[in-house]
Structure formats: structure tokens, C-alpha cells
Write a protein that binds this ligand. Structure first.
Ligand SMILES: Cc1cc2nc3c(=O)[nH]c(=O)nc-3n(C[C@H](O)[C@H](O)[C@H](O)COP(=O)(O)OP(=O)(O)OC[C@H]3O[C@@H](n4cnc5c(N)ncnc54)[C@H](O)[C@@H]3O)c2cc1C
Ligand code: FES
Ligand code: FES
Length: 1296
């Protein structure tokens, strides 16, 4: 059992969250403290509770988020500051981030910014964009957030030209939060380490045995005992950090019946100096290793510590701190992973290993013979690794290590390597060279005693020959990996040349950037917004940056999410059984083995539905449970219900399904085009005369772009608790969903009862982003059917891998275009075709395609235009809504042709954009007039605050690093394109004590909707926000709600709340008139005694909406939101990595209801877009199996990915008369602005290609991953690694 399960299920301490169960998100972070008797010291570490075996915590103190403070008693400063700095939106990541910060402060009460950045490497947040978290916590830092001159080139942030940038400022000089309000940190007030654990720790160690259902865990007390046990149980696993074994048991279905835990054996944890280096015991953690090497690097001359420095550089990018705190060196070596970060370094450095067994010790050189095969070593079964000696380096010896990964922080390597060269004394003749690579195959390349420098070209060619990879190699990226192997060697070559520059010519100045290590500066930021006018009443909270009203509870772990609801005494757990085939008939389902698992109650399948098995949010074209046939991998076939989650999951894995495969299996958009596999209708929007437009053009270009999909990666996965009420088929559902009413309706349909018998309740979600708009109903329906069958409460919170597998994501799009334009870049005609990969059911795909078409023009006026949209029917899980809802894909294609036009005309892209921009009063391709048009204002302000022109003039170009700059506008239509959804209801109760209970149709998923609705009610009723409470969203208070989506929830629900409050005010008016000096409470009481109804509902429907595709007339949108962003990046042409150096955003949000929440939405959406366009890649096998099913393989942006400088400005003086209190929608529109980063990267690649004599348009698909960037920067190294001929092999993965 893991610590996390124990905390949540046995102790009901639900503040610690489950986000991934694989150590990759940090939501489960707690602090583990232990006494080290050898150093007489208490050690505090942030640890992932999801991987920490409970048995490993003997004599440890565990501090959870509940232990450090609470809203009811006293907040801890780390909880207060993240909340008040607006660093908590949905709050699901917040307890983990709080605990990472807390553990850091326990070890270092005044940390540096660098300490802080390191502490957060293992924490993810999907909502905030990280900036506000850092901003709040900078107040703890030694520098108070100052960069301490670590910013390259620009000097210190406090003294640079951008002096204001280290503070959060506003147009009117106010701040989004006031640090002077913060409680001071007083380290003397922290909880002390229990003294009894110190006395226990001083006693001689005792051996321990824990006997579980399936595993025997033994903690021996001495090395001898360990060796005896290893002789008795040679197959036993030694577990130290459990960061490998834990993953294998959870995700690879491996079972190790005997585990030996050597954590307390001193010989394995010792660090000793030897003649040649330092010997580390195998159980020494990576944090300890780093600390020791750091000390040595600071103490010894540089030439002695070349290997140590290389290891430190590898450790910098090795997992997150929670993992490094527990993971051991021995675990890394013995896992023998081909992508281990340390093994290539140890091999190239020639480290010596000491092995031991009952028979005695033996030493072994760590060379290529040590790893005898995939995940195999030269150790005998009864042997263990005792220690590793890491050598000092000598004069004339140079050593480097490199790790290249998709995301720089906390990512497994694409390629990792150690490179060691020894020169003959006083010469540049090579005596010995060892290059060791991980990620290709463990290989050592040796060059003979010749000049390293003359042989550079030969070495590259021979490396290219040796580093062959099968085109089908697992992991894919074959061309990239081969190119990287050579490029990294080139970096090493330049590094050595530079170090030797006294005996060899130094590296050319414009090559020097190739040898710089990839380090990013600490981020700085500015937020600008319009403060409320001086005369505004202090009770009127509209327009003020008030904190998310649940933020404090979220920071203390008291906020209740669906899976935090206490289990019912007779409650059961459910686990899904899903298809492993993409397209097949189900021949049989065998459940005997599953039913034999202890605690299993039943297997639920299509046979158990009392109502209809047909389901779907728009059209009922899918099944609750697959019946007879599966149409994707991950199709739900059935479910196991058991007494615990572990039993349910074990049993679910034991269900055997046999299939008969059906052809064709359609996975990719290209497959669908070939097979003409499309859903109907095919939509078209056309305006003008295309033939005329092309005729009037000077140039005509054709191009293509593929835009990959995206997983929502809400930190809280889908969760449902279904509670049968015992009579009339009534059922109460607690669900993490954006669509309470849709859940109610589909559950009622499946159970065959009227909707009135089902209540769906939503307290809050740990993020939604569209992923819980319709796909959440699939799980809810399954759980409800199971609860109905067993007549007991049933719950299921999906594991991350299941959630990613079954729930679909953003639609991948393929755009094909023909664009006609004048010489100056003015676009005259555009014919564009979109293909979206819809998956195995329609879901919301038609509306998504329609929105893509509505955004095919982005902000550009194209006189003659036609857009056509095809929805591809494929054997993938159904794709669905995701922030932007097709809009970003639609606009991304438009920026692609803009970029092509600019490259073709040789005109800067910003110029092409500017001459094509719409003007006030012009009409879109769907004939909607652009009134209240603010793009021109956003553009000017953004150029200004970003110093665009100066920045452009400043860009210096080096041969191997290139900077790129781009400015991108966005226009986003606000309204559901399904007209009937543009309605909302609210219900407001006044109680006799004057308190107000507000309910509306929207759900809270972190966006701050409830906070905004309370602001609206407070202003309308004229009472403080403290009198108004929102408890939840439920179908029995406000019925027939639209999903909380389309960015329109504040607009719609805000007006409904306003409407209800107005009704109540009118009812109170007579009592106010009678008692004008009375209080709110007096008026409410007086009305009550006068028998006035103090409950009112409100309703709103957006007027004047309706669009007809046949006639291309009517208004699809109520209004548009606008924004512009400028981004600057730097790419490393040799590795494909990039740094986000600067982003400025100007966003028109009308008259902001709450600038803190709106800026939070802008930054959060922007960072999600950065993920979409530069990082996140869903990778499928050609058979439709999703490989990327967790944070280990699927990389969302982390703390280190935010732009070094980030400026966000809300456009001032831009009231919007079409929405509540002149505000505007903000949830989705800013996401597309991240395309500015993509096109800045494209700009940088253009410069790199120019070095190789390449010019003109080139295709760059999204996301711009390191692989795509490197492959696009064609040079002499890429030429050595030509891509395999398509069609001659089966690739490991396909682009869907
Ligand atoms: C989120 C996450 C991120 C990660 N990131 C990285 C990364 O960036 N780079 C990287 O290289 N790895 C990474 N890993 C892998 C893993 O963390 C490392 O390999 C780590 O060093 C394993 O150490 P451990 O103590 O946790 O191993 P455990 O899981 O405890 O053990 C691993 C294996 O080693 C064996 N073993 C341990 N000690 C001995 C011994 N003394 N003698 C014989 N056998 C022994 C065990 O029997 C077991 O087979 C990551 C893992 C996770 C979960
Ligand atoms: S739940 Fe433990 S790291 Fe994600
Ligand atoms: S606030 Fe961080 S994941 Fe939602």
C-alpha cells in the first residue's frame, strides 16, 4: 500500500491528491522527516506519497497539507501566499505545491530563486500558467524575487532598463495582491520532529517484516542479513526509492512477491573518499549524491571534477526533487534502463562497481559488458550492488554529459550521453576517447590516438554509421535521435576545443553559443489592468482583483473534490475493462479469474442496462458498454465492482476478452482520407468569388499543416460517485463534470427512469478545459449502471492512464490550403480544407468543425474565401471539446499561410499580418459585422509594451543558436454555436438572517466562475460578498443547464443571477422605502414577516443569435474577444530545444469583472497553448494504441517553460455592451496567442535554414517539438541521417 492510499482511505486525510500515481505531477507531495543516527540529524524531504510504500516509512514523521495549517485554525504562510497571490485556480495541484514549498522552507527558510525553481521541478499545474505561484512565493526568497544578475546580457532585473519588471504593477500603480498583508514566516513555530522518533532512531536497527496480501516486505537490519535473505530469495527486488519498482508494479502489471528494503543499512548509504575518487553506497539518494558532488566541485580544482560537474548537470534535469530525494544511485544503475541519465556518464567515466553476496565481494568496471541486455546486468541473482566509485579527472582529460528530452524539466531522455576524452600530456593527440550513449543502444565509440580536431568530420560520419537505428525502433524519432547523437558529439568537440584554446585555436565567436549549457533565467513579470474608478463604493467588488473564493480552502486541502467525499459504509469501487483492439468483434468475455479476486462483487456489462445502451451528447451514436463490437482501443467493454479500488483494478486486469479483428482499422487522418471515412455533414463557408481572387493575385501558393491533438490533463481525473436512493429508481450522483444536466439526462436514459429521478451534484472540479463537458458522462453512466445493479453506492476515479486512454482530447487537424496574394503580401483569395480526427463517435465534433471554419480567417480580411470541413471517422477514442473548441486549429492554419506568404514575398511576417488585418465595420466570411473592433488597439499596445521593433533590431544571430520573434493576433467568437445552449438560469434564496444562497447553472472548475457570480450578486443586491454563498451546482436547483463551456458562462449565468437579484430587489423595495436607514437584514426580515417570497429564479437567453450555413446569413456570435501577443524565443539548432524568452500579451476582456481572475485565465490559457503548440504530443501505435498515458511520456508545460519575461495587459477603456457589467469572455480566447511562440520558433528556424542556403516557405507541423525543430534546421549533420523511405517499414508511432 502506498502512503497516498493510506492517507486518503484509512486516515481520511484527503488534502493530499492523486494526480497520476507515477511520481510525475507532484499533487501527492508530502514532507517526510526522518532522523539519521549516523549524522545525528533530522532530514526533511518532499516526497511523492503515490510512490512511497507505507512499509518504507518506519520511524518517519509524515507532514501533510492538513498538518501545517487550516482556514478554521491558522493558515501557514505558504498556504496564505499561494492563495492570495492568485496561484490557486482549480486548486487540485495546490496542496502538492504548498508541500514542496513547505519542505523547502523547512530546510532553508530563506531560499534562493534557484532553490525554488528546483523545488518545483516535480510539480505540475494545468490552470495557472505558474507565474502567480512563483510571484507569491518569491516573497519568501532571499532575493525577494530579484535575479541577482543571473540574467544573461541584461544584467540584474533591478538595475536593467526594465526596472519595473520585477514587480506586479497596474495601470494605476495598484498590485494584484498586497505582500504587506502576508503573515511573516516564523520557522520557530513549525511542528517539531517527534522526540520519540529520535530515541527510536538511536536504537540499534531491528529487522522488520510486513506480510501483505500479495507481497512480503522485509527490512533487514544489517548487510549480512540482507545477503542471507538475497541468497534465500534470489529473485527478490531491493527497493530503496521505489521509483522504478513502484511504476513496474502499478503500470506494467509486474508482481514481486518478496521485497528487500535496505534503506537503513549503513554500508549501502555511506560516502567514502578513495585514492581515485569518491565511493557512494548504492542506496545513496540522488539528492545526497548531488550535494556531495557540489561540495567537491566547490573545493577542488576544475580539472579534477570534470565528471562530477557532468553528473551535476545530468542531475539538474533528472526527474523532480521529490523523486531525487528518494531515488538511489543503485536503483538507477540496476534498473539498467537504456535511457538512464547516469549510466552513460558512469560508463564513459569508467566507474568501478563493487558487488557483494554471501560468497564475498567483487569489483567490476562499468563498461559496455556490464549491461548484458535490455534491462539486464552482469550481477548474479544472489548478488547486490554495494557501491560505485566515481573517479576524479586528470589534467588533459575532458568530460561532458548531455541529456536531450522533449521538455527540459522532469522528462525522460530522448538521447543521453557521457563523453570522455584524454589527451597526451601537453598535446592535442587523443590518448583515449569514450562516448557512451543512452537512448540509441549502450554503445561506446572509440577513436584511436589521432588528432581529435582533424577527425571531426570523420568521427561524425562514423558515428552516423554506428548509431543506426531500425526505422521501427521503439520510441520513434529515429532520424532525430541519430542526428542528435552526432550533434551532441559536435557540442562536445567544440567544448573541448574551447577548453584547450591555448594549444588549439579557440572556437569561432559565432559558434560559442553551441557550448553554452541550457540554462534559463528566473522569470519576471508585469501585469497591467485598469483599476476601478476612484469613486466606486468599497462594497462594490466588481472590477476588483479579489481572490478566488475557494483559494484558501484549496491551499489547506480542505476544499472537497469528488473523490474526497467520505466513502459510504457499504460503498464499493469500480474499475473499467476496456478494449485492447481498435476495431473488432467481441467473441467472448471470460470473467472467472476476475471474479475469484478477493472482494469482487460483480462484473457489469451491456447486459446489465435497465434502460438504453445508446448514448452520446449530441447524437446517440455510441454505447455505454461495447456490445458485440469495439471501435477503438479503450472502448469500455465492462466494469468490475469490488470492495477496494485495488481489488477492482486487479480483477479488471484479469478479465479476458477474445476478439475477431475487423478491417480496415482507420487511425490517422490520412487513413480516413484514403478510405473516404467521414461523418456527415461536410460543412462549407464561402464568400466572394474565388476564381476572381486567384486571378487578381500575383502569386499562388499551396501548403499544408498538421496540428496534433492534446490531452486535457486536468489534474483531477474523471470521477463519479453514484448513490442509489432506494426508492422509485432515484439516484444521486456526485460528479466532476462541466455538464450536470447532460449527466442527469444520459444516466436517466441508461437506467430507464425519468430525468426527474436523478440528481447530479457538482461541488467543484480539479480542472475541466472541455474534457468534462461531454466525455465525463461516459464514466458517470457506467458507474450509475453499476450502482443500480448492486444497489449500493459505487465510485470510480479514473487513474491517469485510464483517463488518458478512454476520454479523448482535442481534435488533431490537418489543413490544406491554396492562397493567392499580391507581391506586398495582401491576400486576395483563400481556399482551405480542414480535416479533423473525430474518433469513433460524433460527440461535439460538428460544432468543433464549425468553430474551426468560423475562425479560418483569424483576424484577416480575405475578399474571396472558401473553407470546407471534413470530420474523419477513425478508430480512436472520440475526440471532444477542449478550450478553444476548434478555434485554435482553425486559426493555426491561417497563421501557416500567412507565414508562407511572408516567406514567399520576402516580407516580414508582421508586415503581412498588419496589411491583412480587419478594420472596424468590416465583415467576416460568415457576414457578421466587426463592431466594437479592438484588434488595432491591442496590436499597437502590444508592439509598444513588448518593445517589438527594438527587440527585432537587437536579435543577434549565432550559427548554432537562433532567436526568433513573432506577433500574432486573435479574434474569438463568443456564444455556443448550438443556439439553444445560449441560455442560463439562477436561483437565489434570501434567508432571514440576511445570508444569501446563490445557485446558477454554471460549474466551478477553477476559472473563478462562482467568485465572479458572487461579485455580480453582491453589486446587484448592494451587499458585501461575505453574505453570499455558493454551495454547489445541482440539477434539482437550476434545471436544464447548458454545459459550462464556450467561455460564455459568466455572460450567461451572470445575466441570470442579475435577473434573479433584480426580482428580489424589487420585492424588497417597499421595505427599503419604509425604512431607508435600515440594514439589509432589517429589510429581509421585514419582507419575510410580510410573507414575501424571498426566493427568486432568474433566466437569460442571448438575443439576436442564429446562423444558417445554407444562406451564410445570421449571427453565430454575440460578440468577439480580441488579443495580440508578441513572443521571442531562442532555439538550439543542434538539439532542437528552445527557450521562451519573452511574451507580451494584450487582451481585450471588456471591463474586467475581476482582473486577477481574468489575468489568471489569460496566462493559464496561454500556457496551455504553449503546451499545444510546442510540447504536447499524443503518440499512437499504427494499431491505435496510445503510448502517452501519463506525465512520464506526455509533457505538459512545467514551471521552467514559462517565458523569462511575461507581460500581460488587459486593454483599458474597452467596455463591452453585450455582456454583464460591460465585461467580456476570457476563458478560451487567449489560448491561441501561444501561436506567437510557435511562429517565433518558425522565425528562428528560418534563420537557421538560411545558414544552409535554404529560403522560402517550409512546412512546420504543430507542436514544434525539439524533434521537429532539429529536423527543420537542416545542416551537414541532418544530411548524414536521411529519414527512412516511407512505406518501407512499420513505424513505431503514427501521426493521427
Ligand atoms: C517521475 C519519475 C521520473 C524519473 N526521471 C528519471 C530521469 O530523469 N532519469 C533517469 O535516469 N531515471 C528517471 N527515473 C527512474 C528512476 O527514478 C531512477 O532510475 C532511480 O534512480 C531509481 O532508484 P530507486 O531507488 O527509486 O529504485 P527502486 O525502484 O527502489 O529500484 C530499482 C531497481 O534497482 C534494483 N536495486 C536497487 N538497489 C539495488 C542494489 N543495491 N543492488 C541490486 N539491485 C538494486 C531494484 O531491485 C530494482 O530492480 C524516473 C522515475 C520516475 C518515477
Ligand atoms: S500523484 Fe503522485 S506525483 Fe502525481
Ligand atoms: S490550479 Fe493548478 S492544476 Fe488547477
Amino acid at each position: 500500500m502506498t502512503l497516498l492510499i493510506f492517507l486518503r482511505r484509512k486516515l481520511s486525510l484527503t488534502g493530499t491528491k492523486l494526480g497520476c500515481a507515477e511520481g510525475g505531477c507532484g499533487a501527492c507531495t508530502v514532507m517526510v522527516s526522518r532522523f539519521n543516527p549516523h549524522h545525528n540529524q533530522i532530514i526533511h524531504h518532499a516526497v511523492n506519497a503515490c510512490l512511497a510504500p507505507l512499509c518504507s516509512l518506519h520511524h518517519c514523521a509524515v507532514t501533510t497539507v492538513e498538518g501545517i495549517g487550516s482556514v478554521a485554525s491558522k493558515l501557514h504562510p505558504v498556504q496564505e501566499r499561494i492563495a492570495k497571490a492568485h496561484g490557486s485556480q482549480c486548486g487540485f495541484c495546490t496542496p502538492g505545491i504548498v508541500m514542496s514549498m513547505y519542505a523547502l522552507l523547512r530546510n532553508s527558510p530563506q531560499p534562493s530563486m534557484q532553490d525554488m525553481e528546483e523545488a518545483f521541478q516535480g510539480n505540475l499545474c494545468r490552470c495557472t500558467g505558474y507565474r502567480p505561484i512563483l510571484e507569491g512565493y518569491k516573497t519568501f526568497a532571499k532575493e525577494g524575487g530579484c535575479c541577482r544578475s543571473r540574467r544573461k546580457g541584461n544584467g540584474c532585473c533591478l538595475t536593467s532598463a526594465h526596472e519595473e519588471e520585477h514587480v506586479t504593477s497596474t495601470h494605476s500603480g495598484q498590485q494584484l495582491f498586497d505582500p504587506s498583508e502576508f503573515m511573516p514566516l516564523d520557522p520557530t513555530q513549525e511542528i517539531i520532529f517527534p522526540p520519540e522518533l529520535i530515541s527510536l532512531g538511536k536504537q540499534p536497527p531491528r529487522s522488520l517484516r510486513f506480510i501483505g496480501e500479495r507481497v512480503l516486505w522485509i527490512q533487514p537490519s544489517s548487510l549480512n542479513e540482507l545477503l542471507e535473505l538475497k541468497a534465500v530469495y534470489p529473485a527478490a527486488k531491493l527497493v530503496v526509492g521505489n521509483t522504478e519498482v513502484g511504476i513496474e508494479m502499478k503500470f506494467k502489471n509486474l508482481l514481486y512477491p518478496v521485497i528487500l528494503a535496505p534503506a537503513y543499512i549503513q554500508e549501502l548509504s555511506s560516502i567514502q573518499y578513495t585514492e581515485n575518487g569518491i565511493e557512494f553506497g548504492a542506496s545513496v539518494t540522488l539528492t545526497m549524491l548531488g550535494k556531495k558532488l557540489h561540495e567537491e566541485v566547490n573545493k577542488l580544482p576544475n580539472y579534477r571534477t570534470e565528471v562530477f560537474q557532468a553528473i551535476l548537470e545530468q542531475l539538474r534535469w533528472f526527474a523532480g526533487q521529490q523523486i531525487r530525494n528518494v531515488a538511489a544511485i543503485g536503483g538507477n544503475i540496476m534498473t539498467a534502463s537504456p535511457i538512464s541519465d547516469l549510466n552513460p556518464v558512469f560508463m564513459a567515466a569508467g566507474c568501478k562497481l563493487t558487488l557483494t553476496s554471501k560468497e564475498g565481494k567483487r569489483a567490476l568496471q562499468m563498461d559496455d559488458k556490464f549491461f548484458s541486455g535490455y534491462r539486464k546486468t552482469a550481477l548474479k541473482p544472489e548478488e547486490i550492488l554495494l557501491s560505485i566509485e566515481i573517479p576524479y579527472t586528470k589534467k588533459g582529460q575532458y568530460f561532458s554529459a548531455f541529456k536531450q528530452s522533449t521538455r527540459k524539466e522532469d522528462d525522460i531522455a530522448t538521447i543521453t550521453c557521457g563523453m570522455n576524452v584524454v589527451f597526451q600530456q601537453g598535446s592535442n593527440i587523443v590518448k583515449d576517447i569514450k562516448l557512451s550513449y543512452g537512448g540509441i543502444a549502450p554503445t561506446t565509440v572509440l577513436a584511436t590516438a589521432t588528432s581529435f580536431f582533424e577527425l571531426m568530420e570523420d568521427a561524425c560520419s562514423s558515428l552516423a554509421e554506428e548509431m543506426t537505428l531500425s526505422p521501427s525502433a521503439p520510441g520513434g524519432m529515429v532520424t532525430y535521435r541519430r542526428t542528435l547523437a552526432i550533434s551532441l558529439f559536435f557540442k562536445f568537440y567544440l567544448t573541448v576545443q574551447h577548453k584547450l584554446h591555448l594549444s588549439v585555436e579557440d572556437v569561432k565567436p559565432n559558434y560559442a553559443s553551441a557550448i553554452e549549457l541550457f540554462h534559463v533565467d528566473s522569470p519576471t513579470s508585469v501585469q497591467l489592468y485598469q483599476a476601478v474608478p476612484p469613486g466606486q463604493s468599497t462594497d462594490d467588488m466588481v472590477g476588483r482583483p479579489i481572490m478566488h473564493l475557494s483559494a484558501l480552502k484549496q491551499a489547506t486541502g480542505e476544499a472537497v473534490y469528488c473523490d474526497d467525499i467520505p466513502q459510504y459504509e457499504n460503498g464499493l469501487y469500480l474499475a473499467l475493462v476496456t478494449s485492447t483492439k481498435a476495431h473488432a468483434y467481441i467473441k467472448s468475455i471470460e470473467t472467472d479469474d476476475a471474479m475469484a479476486v478477493p472482494g469482487v462483487v460483480t462484473f457489469v456489462s451491456a447486459k446489465d442496462l435497465p434502460g438504453s445502451n445508446k448514448t452520446g451528447p449530441a447524437v446517440c451514436d455510441e454505447t455505454v458498454f461495447a456490445d458485440n463490437k469495439v471501435t477503438c482501443v479503450g472502448h469500455i467493454v465492462g466494469a468490475i465492482v469490488a470492495d477496494t479500488q485495488a481489488h477492482a483494478q486487479t480483477a479488471a486486469k484479469a478479465v479476458k476478452i477474445s476478439y475477431e479483428e475487423i478491417q480496415p482499422v482507420i487511425i490517422t487522418i490520412q487513413d480516413a482520407i484514403t478510405n473516404q471515412s467521414f461523418y456527415q455533414p461536410v460543412r462549407t463557408i464561402e464568400k466572394g468569388d474565388l476564381a476572381k481572387g486567384f486571378h487578381e493575385s500575383d502569386n499562388i501558393l499551396e501548403g499544408e499543416i498538421h496540428i496534433g491533438g492534446q490531452d486535457h490533463f486536468y489534474l483531477e481525473t474523471n470521477c463519479t460517485l453514484a448513490v442509489p436512493q432506494g426508492e422509485d429508481g432515484e439516484m444521486e450522483l456526485f460528479v466532476s463534470t462541466q455538464s450536470a444536466s447532460k449527466t442527469q439526462a444520459l444516466v436517466a436514459k441508461a437506467l430507464g427512469v425519468p430525468a426527474s429521478h436523478i440528481v447530479c451534484r457538482v461541488k467543484r472540479m480539479g480542472g475541466g478545459f472541455g474534457g468534462k463537458e461531454s466525455r465525463s458522462t461516459i464514466l458517470s453512466t457506467v458507474v450509475a449502471v453499476a450502482a443500480h445493479k448492486v444497489k449500493r453506492p459505487v465510485r470510480c476515479m479514473l487513474d491517469r492512464d485510464e483517463d488518458m486512454l478512454v476520454s479523448g482530447g482535442r481534435h488533431p487537424f490537418f489543413g490544406r490550403y491554396k492562397v493567392g496574394f499580391k507581391k506586398n503580401g495582401k491576400v486576395m483569395a483563400l481556399d482551405v480544407t480542414y480535416y479533423s480526427n473525430v474518433g469513433n463517435s460524433m460527440d461535439l465534433s460538428l460544432s468543433i468543425m464549425e468553430r474551426a471554419l468560423f475562425h479560418m480567417d483569424n483576424c484577416y480580411n480575405i475578399p474571396h474565401i472558401r473553407g470546407t470541413g471534413y470530420m474523419c471517422k477513425t478508430n480512436l477514442p472520440s475526440n471532444t471539446a477542449f478550450r478553444g473548441f476548434g478555434g485554435p486549429q482553425g486559426m493555426m492554419v491561417s497563421e501557416s499561410w500567412i507565414s508562407d506568404v511572408a516567406l514567399c514575398c520576402g516580407v516580414p511576417a508582421e508586415q503581412v499580418r498588419e496589411i491583412n488585418l480587419y478594420k472596424q465595420g468590416e465583415y467576416t466570411p460568415f457576414n457578421q459585422c466587426l463592431d466594437q473592433f479592438t484588434i488595432d488597439r491591442c496590436w499597437k499596445e502590444c508592439v509598444n509594451i513588448s518593445d517589438f521593433h527594438q527587440r527585432k533590431a537587437r536579435v543577434e544571430q549565432h550559427r548554432w543558436t537562433k532567436r526568433g520573434l513573432s506577433i500574432v493576433p486573435t479574434k474569438f467568437g463568443i456564444s455556443f454555436t448550438a443556439i439553444f445552449l445560449n441560455q442560463a438560469g439562477a436561483l437565489v434564496h434570501l434567508y432571514t438572517d440576511g445570508s444569501v444562497l446563490l445557485t446558477h447553472g454554471g460549474t466551478e472548475m477553477g476559472q473563478g466562475l462562482h467568485t465572479k457570480m458572487i461579485q455580480v450578486a453582491s453589486k446587484t443586491l448592494g451587499i458585501p460578498t461575505s453574505k453570499i454563498h455558493i454551495s454547489e451546482t445541482s440539477t434539482n436547483t437550476v434545471p436544464n443547464t447548458s454545459p459550462t463551456a464556450a467561455s460564455a458562462s459568466s455572460d450567461l449565468n451572470g445575466m441570470a443571477v442579475y435577473n434573479a437579484c433584480q426580482t428580489l430587489l424589487q420585492r424588497l423595495d417597499p421595505y427599503k422605502a419604509r425604512n431607508p436607514k435600515g440594514s439589509w437584514e432589517d429589510w429581509v426580515k421585514a419582507a419575510y414577516f410580510d410573507r414575501v417570497n424571498l426566493s427568486a429564479n432568474g433566466f437569460y437567453r442571448t438575443p439576436d443569435l442564429g446562423y444558417d450555413f445554407e444562406t451564410n446569413s445570421g449571427h453565430p456570435f454575440n460578440y468577439f474577444s480580441y488579443g495580440v501577443a508578441v513572443s521571442e524565443v531562442e532555439i538550439d539548432c543542434l538539439t532542437g530545444s528552445h527557450k521562451n524568452l519573452h511574451t507580451s500579451i494584450v487582451m481585450d476582456v471588456g471591463k474586467s469583472l475581476n482582473p486577477a481572475l481574468d489575468i489568471g485565465q489569460v496566462e493559464g490559457a496561454f500556457m496551455q497553448g504553449v503546451g499545444l503548440f510546442t510540447l504536447e504530443e499524443l503518440r499512437y501505435s499504427p494499431q491505435g494504441y496510445l503510448y502517452t498515458r501519463g506525465p512520464g511520456m506526455y509533457k505538459i508545460p512545467a514551471f521552467g517553460d514559462i517565458p523569462t519575461e511575461l507581460k500581460v495587459s488587459l486593454l483599458r477603456d474597452a467596455p463591452n455592451e453585450k455582456a454583464i457589467f460591460s465585461s467580456k469572455a476570457v476563458g478560451e480566447p487567449p489560448l491561441f496567442l501561444a501561436a506567437s511562440v510557435f511562429y517565433a520558433i518558425k522565425d528562428a528556424i528560418t534563420a537557421a535554414r538560411a545558414e544552409s542556403g535554404l529560403s522560402g516557405p517550409f512546412r512546420l507541423d504543430s507542436p514544434a517539438t525539439p524533434e521537429r525543430i532539429r529536423n527543420a534546421c537542416e545542416d551537414k549533420f541532418t544530411k548524414l541521417c536521411p529519414p527512412p523511405e516511407p512505406g518501407t517499414y512499420t513505424p513505431w508511432d503514427v501521426r493521427v
